[in-house]
Write a protein that binds this ligand. Sequence first.
Ligand SMILES: [Zn+2]
Length: 283
Amino acid sequence: MQNQYTLKDIVEIKGIGLHSGNEVILKLKPAPINSGITFYRTDINSHPIPAKYSSVIDTRNCTCVGIDSSNIVSTIEHLMAVLYILGIDNLDIEINNQETPILDGSGVEFLKILQSKELVSQEAPKKYLKVKKEITYTDENNNTITLSPSDKLEICFDIDFPSPIVGHQNFTGEITKDTFAKEIAPCRTFCEKYQVDYLKSIGLIKGGSLENAVVLDGDKILNEEGFRVENECVNHKVLDTVGDLYTSGYYILAKVVANKTGHRHNNEILKLLFASTDNYELI
Ligand SMILES: [Zn+2]
């Protein structure tokens, strides 16, 4: 049985917030056993915010956790995915803003920074959750996410995007450190140019640029460098899903089959999972 881990020393990560365009500083601090991942807003006098599915208060465009509408931290999913893959169980994360730094819109910068830091083993077993029964969440458009029993985390994800340059893409595989580093972490958020124009017009995504997103315009990609990996768009959805599933507070052992789903579905399936202890076993 593997032990829990935390960082040995404090790690600081700086970048800009996607919506505010302001500089954001994250301070990742070692935390005690079984405490999990917790955010602390240092710019306001606030209660701690657990990075848990039960604290998720908004899933439009990103996963946002909070206590109430003024005490939130948004876009936690890319950082959470990296903490999952590095096996970091416990951290207190101070943040001086309501959103994490967007960095390059993927998980690769978080991965580069954190994989070079020393971890310490803690005197408590890692928390695994084995899915015992198949459970499915279906939305109003018949898009579904299903968890079924497996002895590892495997994901099969399909998207069908209107832009012909994306179209249908699939990722199928086990989420290993190697696959994550090569195929998943570098994959950036993607959107259509008209969405960018609209969000900018209403004062959002002040920090958004071709430096932190793939922007599609009809059958063109506006980023000169093109895609980083084949199927970058679906692989980004896998990155989001890995991060969102880690808000369970456990290393989930399951086969995940997702079809055109996103942050809301990831949160809903966790609520369904925890609705009955018949659905899972803690090991
Ligand atoms: Zn994302």
